[in-house]
Ligand binder design. Structure first.
Ligand SMILES: [Zn+2]
Ligand SMILES: [Zn+2]
Length: 243
């Protein structure tokens, strides 16, 4: 697979020494895509077509809405709605005709009702921003793999980092299977597993101390790193910041 390599954002994300550098890159990409869709700059015709077809998921509509640029969002939502109404006509008409002809059920899967339900499910799970973020993160996962295998100082930084959240650990393992071969891949997997094991153990200790701090006997003892252990651990487990 061919990717453009952009190492600076990767270095910046690792320098933040968080529970997952890919979560940081994800948040930054998300913010920049939300901005760019509301930015008022003229959208490329191809992007406009894509927005009209896919729209945005609930999470990203919420971020777009919160950004307070209501006219930009209203204009995009208007054209998306027109296209939705248009493309909905066909499966809706088929279902409407079927109601007069037979008993409807969700099974077998190929009847008109199931077809329309599938159409709605597919329609509402599409999102232009999710697609863009996934592409960007794939590129970053590739860049991290590439830097690990070509730059000794990055490999050191990688192994001294706090590792990745579980979803992004999965993404890194997946990328290693696509882009690294032989002993390189084995070394990468070994180092990643050790990194994750070490850091999950650390967080397990931190959350344990967090719970023990609720005991009055411990209330005067120092927090250590445990004060914000709960949001960091929740992010580690799910890949979502607790905000
Ligand atoms: Zn992550
Ligand atoms: Zn989305």
């Amino acid at each position: 697979m061919k990717y453009h390599i952009d190492t600076i954002p990767v270095w910046d994300a690792f320098h933040e020494k968080s529970e997952c550098p890919i979560c940081i890159l994800k948040k930054k990409s998300e913010e920049s895509y939300v901005d760019s869709f509301l930015g008022g700059s003229v959208m490329e015709p191809a992007t406009r077509v894509e927005v009209n077809k896919k729209g945005f998921c609930g999470h990203h509509n919420k971020l777009l809405y919160k950004a307070q640029k209501r006219l930009s969002l209203a204009l995009m939502t208007h054209t998306y709605t027109m296209e939705t109404i248009e493309t909905m006509k066909k499966p809706m008409k088929k279902l409407n005709q079927a109601t007069g002809q037979k008993r409807l059920s969700i099974r077998p899967k190929n009847d008109e009702l199931a077809e329309f339900v599938n159409w709605i499910e597919n329609k509402t799970k599409q999102c232009v921003i999710c697609d863009r973020i996934n592409q960007a993160l794939d590129r970053y996962a590739y860049t991290i793999t590439y830097m690990w295998s070509h730059e000794d100082n990055f490999r050191k930084e990688f192994n001294e980092s706090k590792g990745f959240c579980l979803p992004h650990m999965g993404q890194m393992l997946d990328m290693s299977s696509k882009e690294l071969r032989g002993s390189k891949q084995q070394d990468f997997v070994k180092e990643l597993i050790e990194l994750q094991r070490k850091n999950l153990d650390r967080l397990e200790e931190e959350i344990k101390w967090f719970t023990l701090k609720f005991d009055y006997k411990n209330q005067d003892k120092p927090w250590g790193n445990s004060k914000d252990a709960l949001p960091r651990l929740l992010q580690k487990l799910t890949g979502d910041y607790m905000e």
